[in-house]
Every structure is written in C-alpha cells, then in structure tokens.
Design a protein around this ligand. Sequence first.
Ligand code: UN1
Length: 510
Amino acid sequence: MKMDMNVFHDLGLEEVNSGVYDGEWARPSGKMIDVKSPIDGSYIARVSMATESDYERIISRAVEEFKKWRMIPAPKRGIIIKEIGDELRKEKKNLGKIVTMEVGKTASEGEGEIQEMIDVSDLALGLSRQLYGLTIASERPYHRMYEQWIPLGPVAVISSFNFPASVWSWNAFIAAVDGDVVIWKPSSKAALTAVAVMRVIERVLKRNNAPNIFFLMVSPGHDGGEWIANDKRIPLVSFTGSVAVGKKISENVAKRLGKTILELGGNNGAIVSDKSDINIALRGVVFGALATAGQRCTTTRRVIVQENIYDDFLERLKNAYSTIKVGDPRDKGVLVGPLIDEDAVKNYERAIETAIKQGGKLVFGGRRIKISGCENGHYVMPAIIEAKPDMAIVSEETFAPILYVMKYKNIEEAIEIHNSVPQGLSSSIFTNDLREEEAFLSAYGSDCGLANVNTSTAGAEIGGAFGGEKDTGGGRESGSDAWKYYMRRQTVTKNWGKTLPLAQDVVFDF
Ligand code: UN1
C-alpha cells in the first residue's frame, strides 16, 4: 500500500518503529511485528516488541512515576489530559488514517475513534474536579466520618484491535486523572496505531515536563498479558477481548487478589416490535450489524422480530443490505471494509456453515469476496441468516457481519429469546409502545449492561458507564462513576473530642 508519507512524518512514525515506551523509546531491536493492512494485505511498517527485561524496566519506572503523579492535584492532572485531547484534535485526520490503514475502518469511523478519545479527555477534565467522596454521620459524639478516593497505582490496559485507540483512552485518561499511571499492551494487530497515539501524547508530556504517566508495551502473543496478570505491582488490569483470554487473565489476577475490569464482547440482540417506527428500526439494525464490518463488541448479531412484520422487515433488511457498498474503506461511499485478517474470514465461513447445518437459512451474502485492486484484502459479503433461538451457533459471538433473524409472538417471548445467550453487553428494543419499552427496561427485561430504546446496540456514548453482564465480564469503563474502579476508597473516622467513645456502645474500661 502506498502509505501517505506526510502522515508518517507528522506523527513521527518511521518504517521501523519501537513498540516500547517508558518515557523514552527503546531502540527497536529483537522480534518485530510486520504491520500489514487488511485492506489489501500490503506491508505498512514494522513495530518492535518488548522483551521480558523491557517489561521489567517499564514496570519499575511506572512504579517510580506513579509516586510523583499521585501527588499532583487532580485538577492539574486534568489539565494535562485536556491538553492531550487538544493535541489529538490537531492530529485527528492523521491518526484516523493510521486506524484505517491498520484495521480497515472507513475514514469516518477511523476519525470517530480519535473523536472518542477527545471526548474522553473532556470528560476526564471535568471529572478531575469531581472525584467526590461521601460524608457520613458518625454515631459517636465529636467524630467525623468521610470517604476519600486515593490513586491506586500503576494500572494496565490490554486493548483489542477493533477499537485500537479509544477503548484504551476510556481507561487511560480516567485512570490518569485519578492519579494512576498506565501500562498499555495493545493488540499486536493494532500496534502501529498505539505507537502513533503515544507519539502524539509524548509531545504533551514532554512539553509539560510531566511525570511519564503512559507506558507502551507491544508484546508477543499472550506473554505480555501474563507478565501483567501475574505482577503484584499492578493492582488493576483492564482487559478487552475474548471470553477465553479474559477468564485466564482474571484467574491469574485473582490469584494475587488484584482487581480486573473485563469487557469480553457481546452477542447483542435487537427486538423489533410491530409497534415500532420501521424506518428507525431498519437504520438502527443495519448500522448496528454492519458498522466496523461487524467487529464491534456492540455489533447487533441477533434481531428478534414480531411475527406480523417479520416477512416485511426481512425483505427491507435484504434490500438495505444490497445497497451497502463493501470494499476499500478509503473509497467514497464504502460502508463496510475488510475483516481484520484471514482467521476472521475463516471464522465467518465456519459460523455460516455451522448455522446452516443447525437449520439456519442463509438469505443474504455469506461468502468471501474479492475487491479489485485489493486482492489480498480480507473481504466478506455481510450475511443474513434466518435462525431459531435454540441453535447453538446463535449463542456464540462470531466477530464478523453475520446477522441472525428470529421471530417472536409477544414481548415476554421476545425478552426471553433476547436474554437466552451467555453474553450480556448491549441490547435494543425498537417500539413506540410504552408498555413494551418499560417491560424491556424492567427487572425481567434486558439483562445487559447497555439497554437502548429506538437506537442501535452499537455506538454508545462515552458519558455512560460502558460494559456488560454475564460472560461479558461485569466491568464498567469510561463514564458515570467508572472512575472509582481506578482508585481505592478509604473510609476516614476522626475523633476530635477529649474522650474515646467506642462504636456500638462497646464498653472497654481499664
Ligand atoms: C468495543 O467494541 O469494544 O459502542 C467498543 C460502540 C463504540 C465502542 C465499542 N463506541 O459501538
């Protein structure tokens, strides 16, 4: 691929890049990742990986930098994060291009990714003056009780290829205003984006002579994840990725009584009622199913349609799918780019084959396609499959644009189908009926962390807490009070009297 050299130059990238940053970039040596574009399979650049001794240096340095950073007042920390947001704003187009090259997002989604980081920096600035603790009425005279929130330590963020920049920032910027320093292990499928982001952030940290709060460690395979999971110096590990790897990380962190935030993907359903605005439902489902080529944790993978409008809705879906352009995400009008790699295409093919074996009916797409000029890219035609809720494949998350369509009679049945999968990240109902909407939001309603009414399962805003239940792992990131995960809560009791009264009226006279 012809990489725009100006973009490389502006971002301080080179053909061979270090993937190890601890305030300084390690000299790139040893094992390298060849970064290839999923758009056409072409070589873009190389990124070096961390050795275990690089890791050791990073963590020792992180422990030292944390000691300095935690003593800087939170509102001052917030100003630095805000400045990072401003710097990202300047580089939004360039960084968006790197995201497009490396993971195949459309230009709009690539830039949206950077916009999400900018939004988080704004949120973090506001939060930096609002790390509130409660005051509590003491049962003892001349006593005062309150809670305070204290920085936790060096925390680690292990991120996935599909949101290679923004999901890191949800964690990192919030953790940073909380007073933590952050070690980032990005997906090896998105290492260049991580290097580019750190290059931009480095400018702000150096300009401010700030402690080094962000560390980067591109690492081979699962090694880096294990070093982090087993390291007692890291009190919190935030992991985004598969259920299998998430379980392993969580077990290892739990063995040393560390904390985890887990965001392990979704198998998100949308209920389309006969009482919905059908155009809104259609737009919401199509966007949810096809944005980022079906590779979001929030992708709509199941649509559960009321039987009276089932045939009509399915027809509309097929028509909409046939107008969607799949191809080189840099081309105007293309809405669906490539999958990340050959394995992803194989998983897509395997899931479709399995669905058919289990009784599913493929009614749209369902095969790999070649895009001219991008012969070595990883393109598939989005698939629509008529399915039954009890087909085993419907309970699995396949990270590809496959949409299972199912039928329901009444809202209770729709909710039951909706909740019948192991994952619990995002959910939607499309209806204008108050009773259906409230049922969906009630105690027997959606069992997900995110519940949407008349909007898509995908495309959450950063102001809310993001995360889900069941196999999704239970973590919450980004907005609301997710900042509390990255701090420790301390309950303070002060006696300012001249005697020592005991709680619960206990007498202990001597
Ligand atoms: C993810 O896929 O891990 O809600 C995150 C959305 C995006 C984030 C998805 N804002 O679709």
